[in-house]
Design a protein around this ligand. Structure first.
Ligand code: URA
Ligand code: ZN
Length: 360
């Protein structure tokens, strides 16, 4: 059974060029006051400060296919489903977004064609463009031979994934069976991290901001009835659903006890969180511990979990470490939760082969 990485990012050439020509987030540049730091990638709102957390080093692992293949070889990964890393095309002006999306998606499709059988992809959408152009790209992606779905952040068309204006886009995704890989970027407002947040590097936004952002986004989809209107829409949640598997019971209870929702008649005939978790949601296994992975398996079922690495993020801090700690933590979590049997093989690759129609 092949090992498949469903959560692995790249910035293809067309995107790198955009980043290098910018000075506000997202951007890539070196800082004259700290030349030893080399080029830095600054993408998160919380990391654009003159502090230890200003961006992170960026090297060829972010944009060279050869580096992705070498990483896969070292970690025994047979197939990678590459996705553009955050913040995708969310920040582009409306009039250039659709053309840029086509260029970036075509760049990625070419990488996959050049590495037949090893690389597949999740495409990206021009979400700042008019809805008609977004729909056209969803339809075009459905016809690209190596694309297996769409990576998206939580901002939607600007006001989140519970925006009714997204309905025609969800309808097109559902019609073309396009899996949505939902990934965080914006975190929480920086005030939530407190006055001393920058003393703590990237820990608060990445460990807590990211998973809570995902949890809030998918709960808003649920509350606004997206999964009632589009019962065959499939969503792959990054980082094992943020905190969704752990909080699903609380979310259900808060809905069931909400007098406002009851008065509006919204408690009648709705699909509950557990139903959606088991029928619409897939979870990656990027959670770094047996405890979190077991919660994800309990919530969605072992057949809906898929291994991932989040490469090239979370590289080893010390030079010369060829096997990445972040990857080992995730594969060890699968091993500790499931042992060495067929269920573990399914999470490591079998599920992805079935769900994403990959060669097995
Ligand atoms: N940090 C990011 O900005 N993106 C990821 O995917 C992982 C870490
Ligand atoms: Zn990621």
């Amino acid at each position: 059974m092949p090992v498949v990485d469903v959560h692995t990012h790249m910035y293809p050439p067309a995107y790198m060029e955009l980043l290098r020509n910018r000075t506000s987030v997202p951007y890539v540049k070196s800082f004259p006051d700290d030349p030893s730091a080399g080029n830095r990638l600054v993408i998160l709102p919380a990391e654009d400060t003159e502090s230890t957390s200003r961006g992170r080093p960026i090297g060829p692992e972010y944009f060279e296919v050869s580096e992705k293949l070498e990483f896969m070889r070292r970690h025994g990964i047979d197939i990678s489903i590459i996705s553009l890393a955050n913040p995708w095309l969310d920040w582009l002006p409306s009039d250039t977004a659709a053309e840029t999306a086509r260029q970036v998606n075509d760049d990625v499709e070419r990488m996959c064609t050049d590495n037949e059988g090893k690389l597949f992809a999740f495409g990206t959408l021009p979400l700042s463009a008019p809805v008609k152009e977004v729909i056209e790209e969803v339809e075009r992606l459905a016809g690209l031979p190596h694309h297996r779905g769409i990576v998206m952040g939580t901002s939607g068309l600007g006001s989140g994934l519970d925006d009714p204006a997204l309905d025609p886009i969800y309808a097109t995704m559902e019609k073309h069976e396009q899996l949505v890989f939902l990934h965080p970027h914006y975190g929480l407002p920086t005030s939530a991290y407190g006055e001393r947040a920058s003393d703590y590097g990237h820990v608060l936004p990445l460990a807590l901001g990211f998973p809570l952002e995902t949890t809030i986004a998918v709960t808003r989809m649920l509350l606004s009835g997206v999964f009632d209107r589009f019962p065959r829409l499939n969503v792959l949640l990054a980082h094992s659903g943020g905190t969704l598997p752990f909080l699903a019971g609380r979310i259900e209870s808060c809905i069931a006890h909400d007098a406002h929702l009851k008065k509006l008649g919204k408690l009648e005939g709705r699909r509950d969180v557990w139903d959606v978790l088991k029928n619409n949601i897939y979870l990656d296994a990027v959670i770094y511990s047996e405890v979190g992975l077991k919660a994800a398996i309990d919530a969605s079922g072992v057949g809906r979990l898929m291994f991932g690495t989040d490469h090239p993020f979370f590289p080893p801090l010390d030079e010369g470490e060829t096997e990445w700690l972040s990857v080992k933590m995730n594969s060890k979590a699968v091993e500790s939760a499931l042992g060495y049997d067929r269920k573990a093989d399914a999470v490591m690759g079998g599920n992805a082969c079935r769900i994403l129609r990959l060669p097995s």
